[in-house]
Design a protein around this ligand. Structure first.
Ligand SMILES: Nc1ncnc2c1ncn2[C@@H]1O[C@H](COP(=O)(O)OP(=O)(O)O)[C@@H](O)[C@H]1O
Ligand SMILES: [Mg+2]
Length: 247
């Protein structure tokens, strides 16, 4: 199966309040992501980035235009297309370990060893029996990422997954994500506010405008992995300026 993602001419409007005016989140939005490619999307808050991910994940439908994965229109959610939402979206009635195991169990292929490996890799040892409400925001994000990686999805959609983490934890988890991507080569769209995170991880960085989001600039990142951000100063500064101009 091809895992390419295609959005073409996508329109999506929301009514911000009951009876209120409609607001365009996306107007003629175009984005192509090749199978196995890792794309980072950066841009101002409220521009429509989460909307793009939700459309690809199948949680929302476009008002007009095309949203395709593997050459077929997205119709609802699917187990091989996973969104790690901004709020982590954990199941509150399941423990950490049960949350991570959920997708594997649902697919009829439980794998306690894999769950244990992800618990360790994501720095969650000792929290296995806790419930989401007993976790910090950063811990919840770790569990959400573990739950997503556990099923090795063909398409991985990440909405600011490391925003609630301290710098050191963020770098460690970026490594975990990069290694998981190198091992299984899912197609990834990572929405992030961090230019450093984008150029550390992505094959291509897409800068979008304020609402309605449009792709303003696309910058390929060809440096060998694992990347040393310090050696990419020019790219960092250039992208930082582009992102600031859109904000
Ligand atoms: N379910 C919704 N109901 C009403 N407005 C929404 C909804 N989802 C998004 N919006 C609006 O659409 C715009 C884009 O939102 P979003 O995609 O979340 O932006 P971003 O992720 O770039 O911050 C914002 O103005 C937001 O308020
Ligand atoms: Mg968002």
């Amino acid at each position: 199966m091809s895992r390419a993602i295609r959005l073409a001419g996508v329109h999506k409007a929301f009514r911000e309040a009951r009876g209120g005016a409609k607001v365009d989140a996306l107007v003629g939005f175009d984005l192509d992501v090749a199978a196995g490619e890792f794309v980072a999307v950066v841009g101002p808050s409220g521009s429509g980035k989460t909307t793009v991910l939700r459309l690809v994940a199948g949680f929302d439908t476009p008002d007009a235009g095309v949203v395709e994965v593997g050459g077929a229109p997205v119709r609802g959610i699917a187990p091989d297309r996973v969104l790690v939402a901004q709020d982590a979206g954990l199941f509150p009635w399941l423990t950490v370990a049960e949350n991570i195991a959920f997708g594997l169990e649902a697919a009829g292929r439980p794998n306690p060893d894999l769950v244990a490996a992800l618990v360790a890799a994501l720095g969650l040892a000792g929290t296995e029996r806790r419930y989401p409400k007993e976790l910090s925001g950063g811990m919840k994000q770790r569990v959400a990422l573990a739950r997503a990686l556990a099923v090795e999805p063909a398409v991985l959609l990440l909405d600011e997954p490391f925003a609630a983490l301290d710098a050191l934890s963020r770098e460690r988890l970026q490594d975990v994500l990069e290694n998981a991507w190198l091992a299984a080569r899912p197609t990834v769209i990572l929405v992030t506010h961090s230019v450093d995170e984008a150029i550390r991880l992505a094959d291509r960085v897409v800068v979008v405008s304020a609402r309605p989001a449009r792709v303003r600039t696309e910058v390929p990142v060809t440096a060998a992995r694992p990347r040393d951000i310090a050696a990419l100063g020019g790219l960092r500064r250039g992208l930082g300026l582009l992102v600031r101009d859109e904000g």
